[in-house]
Design a protein around this ligand. Structure first.
Ligand SMILES: Nc1ncnc2c1ncn2[C@@H]1O[C@H](COP(=O)(O)OP(=O)(O)OP(=O)(O)O)[C@@H](O)[C@H]1O
Length: 330
């Protein structure tokens, strides 16, 4: 439904995205995950037809976003980072207006607006002026305007930013309820958003897609599904340096919330490379370098570990990409 191939965008001489390739199957929710400045908004805007790419192609339902932008706009709903709302209109009035400009016929407008209002739980606010709505409700109106013409594809750019925890849950549930009947691409820098909402994830870093897969398979592939938590005696920074050199170790990080400088203890998480079991070498290296080892246990790696690893290391991670795997299997 959404096919992006070798997409690049340069602002002046600054590359924002480089050779971005991914696809989203019908009914799927793809999480487009990356840190600030990774290139998420740039990609979303190109897909929505608001920004021309410097090179490469993007197609939605078979239509090129650049060459057939009108056909594409009829088939997508787009929620930018800041929802495009008219604050002096009522919710209902605004959705009628959007339905009209999106080409919904006069005869269909009432039923489409009602359906969007119902889907986004806006029944009790339909007559309210938008400027009087809370941020959470405005976001729902933003999603309602994206789906009012019932497009097959929906593009959501950071849909839960600035919402309180309750509103975040509501908006995530709403997005999940749209899957199956819609194809969704959702950009976010928030990890739990991806594991809770998305069936697949593309991780983007510094303008490049560094991995694409289901959240579960990404974790397994990258880490072999395992890591180790350590309680050691000695200086954390030094221990990290030493452990990073152990063969089979991919990432060493401090465990947040554990900081007891008084007794000279450090709490570290070590993530192994896929299929490697460096536990024995970790223990012997620590002991031979004079660290005390008070505890060492195996833990499953989290998506957070994967994300950190992919976005903090300068590695060639192309082998983690599904397409690269397919090629390998062929
Ligand atoms: N209009 C612009 N002119 C010049 N550079 C830009 C412009 N828009 C974005 N950039 C740069 O392109 C890169 C990608 O930005 P983009 O907004 O796409 O990232 P993002 O992943 O959406 O980040 P965030 O989560 O902070 O919104 C950044 O380095 C940014 O500074």
């Amino acid at each position: 439904m959404i096919e992006v191939e070798h997409l690049s965008k340069t602002y002046g001489s600054t590359p924002a995205i480089t050779d971005v390739t991914f696809s989203v199957e019908p009914g799927e929710i793809l999480g487009f995950l990356g840190p600030n400045g990774a290139g998420k908004t740039t990609t979303m805007r190109i897909l929505a037809g608001y920004l021309p790419a410097s090179s490469g192609t993007a197609k939605i339902a078979g239509f090129d976003v650049h060459e057939n932008s009108l056909a594409v706009r009829q088939r997508i709903g787009y929620l930018p980072e800041t929802p495009p709302l008219y604050p002096d209109m009522t919710v209902e009035g605004f959705l009628h207006f959007v339905a009209r400009i999106k080409g919904v016929s006069a005869g269909d407008r009432n039923s489409k607006v009602d359906a969007a209002i119902q889907r986004c739980n806006l029944e009790d606010r339909r007559k309210v002026i938008i400027r009087k709505l809370s941020k959470g409700y405005r976001q729902r109106v933003g999603i309602a305007q994206a789906i009012v013409h019932d497009p097959p594809a929906i593009i959501l750019d950071e849909p839960t930013v600035g919402l309180d925890p309750r509103q975040i849950i509501d908006v995530r549930n709403l997005i999940k309820s749209l899957a199956g009947t819609h194809t969704i691409i959702l950009s976010t820098h928030i990890l739990p958003e991806v594991s809770m909402t998305c069936s697949r994830v593309a991780i983007i870093n510094r303008g490049k897609v560094v991995a694409t897969n289901t959240p579960e398979l990404l974790m397994t592939q990258l880490t072999g599904g395992s890591g180790y938590e350590l309680e050691i005696e000695g200086e954390a920074a030094l221990a990290k340096q030493v452990l990073q050199k152990v063969p089979g170790v991919s990432l060493v990080e401090s465990i947040p919330g554990h900081h007891l400088p008084k007794d000279n203890r450090a709490y570290l998480r070590v993530i192994s490379q896929g299929g490697r079991e460096p536990g024995k070498d970790i223990a012997t290296t620590l002991i031979s370098c004079g660290f005390g080892l008070h505890e060492m246990r195996r833990v499953s790696a989290s998506l957070e570990d994967v994300f950190l690893q992919l976005t903090t290391e300068e590695k060639n991670l192309a082998t983690l990409d599904e397409s690269a795997q397919d090629e390998g299997a062929a």
